[in-house]
Design a protein around this ligand. Structure first.
Ligand SMILES: [Mn+2]
Length: 354
């Protein structure tokens, strides 16, 4: 069984200084998702998984819903199986009216459950707001007693997941999911927007398909392509093109130098001027926005706002990684072979029927 997995598509994402810029970004989010779905159809993939945060907000606009339907429908018509879960941006529940699409191959998981298919067991849950420990026990039992490889589709935190230029890492928090994973089980999860593997590859974050915040400026974006056989699981990360992002972090506001830097960038670049160690007076902010007007620099933003004083964030990152705008990403595929006798033998298993 071959699969393609994405997460955090954030359809309907609005950001920018003009109505046109906002819409352009939303269209870009849709374009990234459409690219993945087209890939599903072109590469002969059997299963398409979405690991949550389909939309950027829990009550998506009608046009964002239209985008979603128009993107997935050709894949469903082509007979590809699609499983989706709601993320926290979807408020953990997708409105039923939004998703009662009459396809047998369309699986919207609106509550914790498992579904058995010929080649694998799907254990999936919407974003978990409460009852974590009890839900873990159920998932663990479904993993342990499975007679076939297991995909666990979630939108949640796992201990060790990291993001941002300072590599902020979630560790052993109450809201981190804890599961004992045998080799035949693969967690595919959304929520943390950085693509990464944990637990020797048994847990993988798909990463978001678009950069939704400047904390992701340094991250490549993409999707997972993988395959499950009765004895093995493999997958790799495939990068997507993204709207360029540029962070200019400085402790000195030099208008001339800034002018030079900005004119080297494409106007479509999302730019953050991040001033450290100083308060930015409101007249300085006005001056900056006047100097770099919205019609010319629709994606130019400045921080701090108000009386906050920022510490350097990107300068330490650049010292560690060199003057790159992104974290180095390992593209080597994850491959895991398992003994089929690890799987629970049941009378329904092929070859054991008398
Ligand atoms: Mn998200």
């Amino acid at each position: 069984m071959r699969f393609l997995a994405v997460g955090d598509t954030h359809l309907g994402l609005l950001n920018g200084r003009t109505a046109h810029a906002k819409r352009e970004l939303a269209d870009q989010a849709a374009q990234q998702f459409r690219y993945c779905v087209n890939k599903v159809m072109r590469t002969g993939v059997d299963w398409f998984f979405h690991a949550g945060d389909i939309f950027d907000r829990s009550r998506p606009k009608a046009w964002a819903i239209d985008q979603y339907y128009s993107i997935i429908q050709p894949a469903l018509d082509a007979g590809i199986n699609l499983a989706v879960i709601p993320g926290n941006h979807d408020k953990g529940v997708l409105q039923p009216s939004l998703f009662d699409f009459e396809y047998d191959n369309y699986h919207v998981i609106n509550s914790l459950k498992y579904l058995d298919f010929d080649e694998f067991r799907l254990v999936a849950s919407p974003y978990i707001y409460q009852g974590m420990r009890e839900k873990e026990r159920k998932m663990q039992a479904w993993i342990d007693n499975s007679d076939r490889p297991v995909i666990v589709l979630l939108h949640h935190l796992f201990s060790g997941a990291s993001f941002g230029p300072m590599d902020y890492t979630f560790r052993n928090r109450e809201d981190c999911v804890r599961l004992r994973l045998p080799d035949y089980a693969q967690v595919i999860t959304g929520h943390v927007h950085r693509t990464q593997t944990l637990n020797g590859g048994k847990i993988v974050y798909t990463g978001s398909t678009v950069r939704t915040s400047f904390a992701e400026a340094i991250e490549p974006k993409g999707y997972l392509l993988g395959e499950i056989t009765p004895e093995s699981i493999m997958y790799r990360f495939v990068e997507l093109p993204s709207i360029p992002m540029e962070v200019i972090e400085t402790a000195v506001l030099d208008m001339e130098e800034l002018e030079q830097k900005l004119h080297k960038l494409s106007p479509r670049t999302r730019i953050l001027l991040r001033l450290t160690g100083m308060e930015l007076a409101s007249n300085q902010l006005q001056m900056l926005f006047a100097q770099f007007p919205a019609h010319r620099w629709p994606y130019f933003s400045v921080s701090p706002r108000g009386d906050r004083i920022l510490e350097p964030l990107y300068a330490p990152f650049w010292r560690r990684h060199g003057r790159v705008q992104r974290v180095p990403h390992q593209y080597t595929p994850v491959f895991r072979q398992f003994a089929s006798n690890e799987l629970t033998m049941t009378e329904t298993k092929t070859g054991l029927e008398v």
